[in-house]
Design a protein around this ligand. Structure first.
Ligand code: DGP
Ligand code: NA
Ligand code: NA
Length: 210
């Protein structure tokens, strides 16, 4: 038998839920316990497509809404060969946002159905585990204000939150809802346990598709 594959682990949630902090902590904890793990994030602003997205988010350029949706999806697709290679080498990937952010953020705009938003991501590697970091906007008010990027307003973030609440009902995805209003340490402990279980299960299963 070959190498056991790694698990594809995704953290999702609205802005300021603590995803980036928890992704970093999780990768470190998995490595400390002898597992191979790497962090990825979407959008990946380092590629050519990612630079178009970054300029749009920084409001340095305007892009038509369908167009930007397809660019975010393309930015995930361009990493698929690398993701599959790493998973097959036994490296678990801890990913800060994925296709669910794509659907939640675009479908929060007027005139976009969930189905239209999901289509471009159909066929992407399916996460073995998606943890939704749930926060009440009032509870994270103390984490500081929003930045100046596009989408960073409380009205839009509430609409995104509602879309995520629809998405987490999809039983074909292994969603776990995490109460992210607790301390960083408590949230980390739960995320680590769920991730270790997902890694153990994934190694005996083929990589799925969204
Ligand atoms: P971050 O680098 O995680 O702060 O994400 C940048 C912003 O882009 C954030 O407001 C969430 C949003 N975003 C992430 N992925 C997508 C996507 O696929 N589509 C859209 N429309 N927005 C996204
Ligand atoms: Na952000
Ligand atoms: Na973040």
């Amino acid at each position: 038998m070959g190498v056991r594959r790694g698990a594809l682990i995704v953290l999702e949630g609205v802005d300021r839920a603590g995803k980036t902090t928890q992704c970093k902590r999780l990768v470190q904890a998995l490595r400390d316990s002898g597992k191979e793990a790497e962090m990825m994030r979407f959008p990946d602003r380092t590629t050519m497509i990612g630079q178009l997205i970054s300029s749009y988010l920084e409001k340095k350029s305007n892009l038509e809404d369908h167009t930007v949706h397809l660019l975010f999806s393309a930015n995930r697709w361009e990493q698929v060969p690398l993701m599959k290679k790493k998973l097959e080498q036994g490296i678990s990937l801890v990913v800060d946002r994925y296709a669910f952010s794509g659907v939640a953020f675009t479908s929060a705009k007027p005139g976009f159905s969930l189905e239209w938003c999901q289509n471009p991501d159909v066929g992407l590697p399916k996460p073995d585990l998606v943890m939704f970091l749930q926060v009440n906007p009032a509870e994270v008010a103390g984490r500081g204000g929003f930045g100046d990027e596009r989408y960073e307003t409380s009205v839009f973030q509430r609409a995104v939150q509602q879309k995520f609440e629809q998405l987490i009902k999809d039983p074909s995805v292994n969603w776990k809802v995490i109460d992210a209003a607790r301390s960083i340490e408590d949230v980390h402990t739960e995320i680590k346990t769920l991730s270790e279980n997902a890694i153990n299960i994934a190694e005996n299963q083929p990589i799925g598709e969204l």
